[in-house]
Design a protein around this ligand. Structure first.
Ligand code: SF4
Length: 232
């Protein structure tokens, strides 16, 4: 809940209340849960727990942030209808066909995708789990086919590794880092590298970086905002 954030795809964040409950494996290492346990003995956490609603001053913050935007609001006569998914941490393969297609054949009228952008990232922090490169690649390729923005935010703690000489992936000192591998069924095995499977190395979020297949994917969803001249 901070105005400024280090999250790569946004500049500001704001939370309306404190408290939540885990809804799936992606929530296993939720920092908000740790914070609530640390600061308030977990009293706002879990099903049925009372949420802590922030003060009026806190609720007024977004309005203050939007003060400058409000000046051009009167020039803009259209609702914002951009949708995006933040898939982080990505813990498995995801098929978005039902939402982004592409549907039909090239000669048919294509329905526009229902989602404008995808943000993908691996897990960071203690207990972080690795993200198989094929999961990130698949989403990249689905987005490319549908004309949807794809933003690869980070690998997280684990980066792809490879034992083959001449690999385009990074050679690392394996005596000093934790490694594991995904087997052919994409099941995770933490017991060291494997030259015939997808090895992953725990080298830390910063070192792991955010390149996927040698390039940065920094696309953002299209914003549906009319030109200022349209509103004049
Ligand atoms: S990650 Fe944490 S805050 Fe987010 S939905 Fe899961 S439990 Fe709630």
């Amino acid at each position: 809940m901070g105005a400024l954030t280090a999250i790569e795809w946004t500049d500001m964040t704001w939370s309306p209340w404190e408290g939540c409950q885990k809804v799936g494996p992606c929530c296993d290492h939720c920092y908000a849960e740790s914070m609530n346990h640390w600061l308030r003995r977990g009293e706002n956490w879990g099903p049925g727990a009372q949420r802590r609603i922030y003060s009026d001053a806190h609720w007024a913050k977004p309005a203050r942030w939007n003060e400058s935007a409000a000046r051009i609001d009167k020039l803009i006569d259209a609702p914002v209808n951009t949708r995006f998914l933040s898939m982080e941490p990505l813990l498995g393969p995801v098929n978005l066909y039902d939402w982004i297609g592409p549907w039909g054949t090239p000669n048919e009228l294509q329905a526009p995708p229902m989602i404008d952008g995808i943000f993908v990232g691996g897990e960071s922090g203690r207990g972080a789990r690795p993200m198989h490169p094929s999961w990130a690649r698949s989403l990249r390729d689905q987005c490319t086919a549908a004309g949807v923005a794809y933003h690869f935010k980070q690998w997280g703690e684990w980066a792809p590794g490879n034992l083959f000489p001449g690999s385009d992936l990074i050679e690392r000192d394996r005596g000093k880092i934790q490694s594991g591998f995904f087997d052919y069924n994409e099941n995770w095995n933490p017991l060291g590298p494997d030259p015939f499977c997808q090895t992953m190395d725990r080298i830390g979020k910063k070192a792991a970086g955010r390149e996927l297949d040698g390039r940065i994917h920094d696309d953002f969803p299209r914003l549906t905002v009319p030109l200022l001249s349209d509103a004049e």
